[in-house]
Design a protein around this ligand. Structure first.
Ligand code: T46
Length: 148
């Protein structure tokens, strides 16, 4: 359990360097400057077929920044009590996800690329992949279990 809630997650506007000579734009993410964590891993999700979803898990201690560097998709985040949904559709907007949030990514547009900057190396032990286990981690009574 941690003290984070969905309110701890937020959209971070990334610096956008616009070229006056028509060379396009450049955005940058810097550890401890643009995002409040060290960046130890980068991965990206792409070629997601229409109607498919990703995620559906939580992390015990991982901080992440999620950016739609191309196209768009929706990230739904819950702390087990409150839920927020964010449509990411700009390469200069990142969604900062704190530890202990159940997240689902869906409604990917054609050609969408989801870039993720993560605070730690990959560790399967950091994942909570079943929702009942997540509620337990959040110390929230499982209503279905209570009604049995
Ligand atoms: C998250 C959402 C947004 C690795 O080997 N290394 C890695 O760094 C990652 C992230 C994954 N993998 C392997 C593990 C699985 O065999 O790649 C495979 C697919 O991973 P997963 O099913 O966890 O992918 P998503 O898209 O459901 O979730 C991922 C991240 O795992 C997760 O941290 O927040 O993207």
């Amino acid at each position: 359990m941690n003290d984070y809630t969905v309110d701890s997650c937020r959209i971070i506007q990334l610096p956008r360097h616009h070229s006056t000579d028509r060379r396009g734009n450049l955005s940058v993410v810097e550890a401890f400057r643009t995002v409040p964590f060290d960046v130890r891993r980068v991965y990206y999700i792409y070629d997601v077929p229409g109607g498919e979803s990703r995620g559906a898990h939580a992390h015990r201690s991982l901080h992440q920044l999620i950016v739609a560097v191309s196209g768009s998709f929706t990230v739904s985040v819950t702390d087990g009590v409150e839920t927020r949904s964010y449509r990411l559709d700009r390469p200069y907007m990142g969604l900062y996800l704190v530890p202990g949030m159940w997240r689902t990514l869906d409604d990917f547009s054609s050609g969408a690329v989801c870039l993720v900057l993560a605070s730690e190396a990959y560790d399967e032990d950091d994942y909570i992949r079943d929702y009942a286990g997540f509620l337990d981690f959040r110390q929230i009574p499982d209503k279905k279990a209570l009604s049995r």
